[in-house]
Design a protein around this ligand. Sequence first.
Ligand code: B1M
Length: 221
Amino acid sequence: MTRDELLKALYDETLVGNAPQVLALTQEGLAQDLAPEELLFDALIPSLEEVGARFERGDFFVPEMLIAGKAMAGALEVLRPLLAETGVESVGTFVMGTVKGDVHDIGKNLVDIMLEGAGFRVIDLGVQVAPEKFVAAIEEHRPDIVGFSAFLTTTMPMFKANINALEKAGLRDQVIVMVGGAPVTQEYADAVGADGYASDASAAVARAKELLACRRAAAPA
Ligand code: B1M
């Protein structure tokens, strides 16, 4: 298989979520001396962007997005250490977690995968994350963005509790706060004082990049 054929196959197999083939092609690409960056930026990420575009157009639904994301995650497991070795700069650091009282994580994990696919370093704190744990993770990792997921109307108020905890710890100005989850709306995000909201994983990536670009443009030189 030529370089172009391999990249095209990797793109196509990611698009349809064929995890074993994506893994095999990633390994074959590395064996043929393709750089990890080529596999990532010339096949995997464009494919996941197309998955996101199809989802937004209504041509793909959550299951297709999930299997494509999982296939990509398998390839990323192989590429992640190699990318770290070659020193590819990450777009930014994102601390993520499902709020206290909430065990839903499928949507959060999908957001993680899409963020990683877009070049973010993601630190996932898991589910049922208490405000103190978010505070400790922000102090430790100094992320650009912290993301709170809530999937129940009863756990959405934890966004405000988390933001209050960041304020109390003197961290609120140092980190962008994004919120999301099935019952969350832009109005709710505004009401609790979050910086950004996204309705799905691909919108979360776009919003995260946008917020980061604004923050960096506003930072003193
Ligand atoms: Co539960 N559950 N559940 N559940 N569950 C819902 C959420 C519910 C809508 C079902 C319903 O009644 N129709 C309902 C919530 C109602 C409400 O409050 N509005 C509900 C309920 C009531 C409950 C329990 C209370 C049920 C009970 O015990 N009586 C209980 C609560 C447990 C708890 O958390 N304390 C419960 C439990 C569970 C399971 C454990 C069985 C399981 C979770 C498994 C798991 O996640 N590991 C489960 C499931 C599977 C669901 C449904 C069926 C599916 C959720 C899902 O994965 N969706 C769900 C019904 C539904 O959503 N239609 C439901 C697919 C996922 C890809 O989408 O999660 O929306 P989503 O994620 C999206 C966006 O939200 C966004 O991007 C994601 C990817 O595109 N997004 C972000 C997410 N986080 C983001 C962060 C961002 C930006 C975007 O920035 C930081």
